[in-house]
Every structure is written in C-alpha cells, then in structure tokens.
Design a binder for this molecule. Structure first.
Ligand SMILES: *[C@@H]1O[C@H](CO)[C@@H](O)[C@H](O)[C@H]1NC(C)=O
Length: 291
C-alpha cells in the first residue's frame, strides 16, 4: 500500500516537473515545423506565401472561422479548417491599384485589398473592411448556410468608404471593435498616416451619424500605434459601459532623434460619447486618456 502511494507521489512529482518544464524549460522560439510535429497546430493547406493573414473572426456560437487576407476572405469550419474551406475574392479595383502604384507604393505588399476589419454584425451578417490599395473600403458580407453548405457573399450595394474605419496602409497597427451595432475604430484617417483618430460609425438606424475625435492640436494623438479595443463594463449600470483603447504614442516633447514611446489607455463612453460644439462645427467623439 505504502509502495503504491510512493509510486503515485512519484508520478505526481514527475507530472509537476513536466508541467513546470512546459512553462520554463522549452526555449521560447518554436519553429512552425516543431509546432506541427508536436501536433498542437493544424496547418491551413489553403494558404500560400504573401497572403498576409491579418484578421481573424471566430464565431463559436455559429461554428465558423473567418480569416482576412490579401484580396481574400476565408470561411472555415473551426473544427476542421481544411474541410471544404470557402473563399471570397475581394480585390481592389484596377484603377485604385494603378493609382497606388503611381503614388510609389509597393504593388505586392501595399497595392491590394488587405482585409483589416471582420466583425460579427448580426446573426447573418459580418462587417468587413480592407485597405483597398490605399483607398479603404467596407461592406456587409452575408454568411449563408451551415458548415459544408455555408457560403460567403458580398453585398455590393453596401460597399462604402472605409475612411476612419480602417487604415490606408496594410502595415499600420490598428484596432477596432463592434458593439451594439456601432463600430469603434482607432486608426489613421489619411493617405500619409499622419492623422490618428478614434471614430464611431454604423449604429442602429436612424442614428448612423459618423463621429470622430476633433481635429485640433489638443486632441491629436502623436504617431498613434493602436493595439486593441474592448467594450468593458464599469458599474452594474450598462449605461456606464466604456470602450477602452490600448495604444502607444510618441511623446511630444522629445526631440525627433530621441522620442519616448508612451503606453496609453483611452476610454470612450458608450452612451452619449459626443460633444456638440457651439460653433456649428458638428459633433465630435470625446475620449479621455487615462493617467
Ligand atoms: C443583419 O444586418 C444586415 C445589414 O444591415 C441586414 O440587411 C439584415 O437584414 C440583418 N439580419 C438580421 C437577421 O437582423
């Protein structure tokens, strides 16, 4: 009996040592072949070089996985990603690509429609945006059917400008979140990537007014690099919910050669996030940078 207990303890100990080793002993840089060998990952056979998968939308409730790539959106079954993958082709228009190349951008890595936004909108629709060869574009996609019989369809009548919802530059760090039918984004809103802004768009009709943070020196975010955005409850009252943005910005006072990078958290009130200015300049999104 005692021997048995000893064996058990030994086994437990070995187990604990293994568990600790898992966190501490494995070198931190695993190669993709090591991961595949350990059977902890499943390679997606439909992917190829240069596709730049940047956006993922996992909808566990409806058992679907969407991947946003260059000019393409994949619809996969999360239980078996290689079983009947569906692909929607959404390239940038030819004239936009030509203009992008003329503007000196890279034809392969910049002048295409890189999908940066994929959010569940309702039971049947997903809201998607892509960089559109430096001309951001958004649209509603409809997901029909279930599992093998599902397919993805773009509603061409819903295609609209993606300015302030999606960056122009596919390499620009960017964050967005869709909640209560509103899309909140932290992005740059111009070709040069100089104007960092928070915006709120979409929303339940008729409240579909576009609002953004004020274009003024005081409100400017200096070289903002957006990381993520999350709706977070503050109190028991849902009206107090806030949208939190995590980002970095360069300090204003540093010289150009010696810039300090600051970690920032900003929050926007979900209810009444607007400031109406008396001088008829319209409404602006207000945000507060937390100390
Ligand atoms: C989902 O939203 C789309 C786009 O606004 C709309 O056309 C569709 O009818 C909505 N579907 C449901 C089930 O509410």
């Amino acid at each position: 009996m005692l021997a048995q207990v000893n064996v058990l303890i030994h086994k437990l100990f070995v187990h604990i040592v293994h568990a600790m080793c898992f966190h501490m002993c494995i070198h931190p840089h695993l190669t993709s072949s090591e991961l595949i060998h350990s059977r902890s990952v499943v390679p997606f056979v439909g992917s190829s070089e240069g596709q730049r998968f940047q956006t993922v939308l996992l909808d566990e409730e409806r058992s679907r996985l969407l991947l946003g790539a260059k000019d393409q959106i994949y619809l996969l079954d999360p239980d078996n990603i290689n079983k009947h993958p569906k692909m929607l082709s959404w390239p940038a228009p030819r004239d936009r690509v030509d203009m992008c190349i003329l503007a000196g951008k890279n034809p392969l890595t910049e002048c295409a429609n890189f999908i940066r936004v994929l959010h569940s909108y309702n039971r049947t629709h997903v809201y998607a945006c892509g960089t559109g060869a430096f001309h951001p574009t958004c649209a509603f996609l409809e997901v029909k059917g279930h599992k093998e019989d599902s397919w993805l369809h773009i509603h061409s009548n819903t295609v609209e400008s993606g300015r302030m919802k999606c960056p122009f530059d596919p390499h620009q760090p960017f964050a967005s979140v869709l909640t209560d039918q509103y899309l909140y984004a932290g992005t740059t809103s111009d070709f040069l990537g100089k104007d960092s802004t928070f915006s709120r768009s979409l929303g339940p009709p008729p409240d579909q007014q576009y609002i953004r943070t004020d274009i003024s020196e005081d409100y400017w975010i200096n070289e903002g690099k957006f990381i993520s955005a999350h709706p977070i409850a503050d109190t028991y009252n849902p009206d107090d919910d806030k949208i939190y943005f995590f980002f970095r910005e360069a300090s204003r006072d540093g010289s150009t050669t010696d810039k300090t990078v600051l970690s920032r958290v900003a929050r926007i009130c979900r209810v009444r996030p607007v400031l109406t200015l008396p001088d008829q300049r319209g409404t602006h999104l207000i945000y507060l940078i937390l100390p």
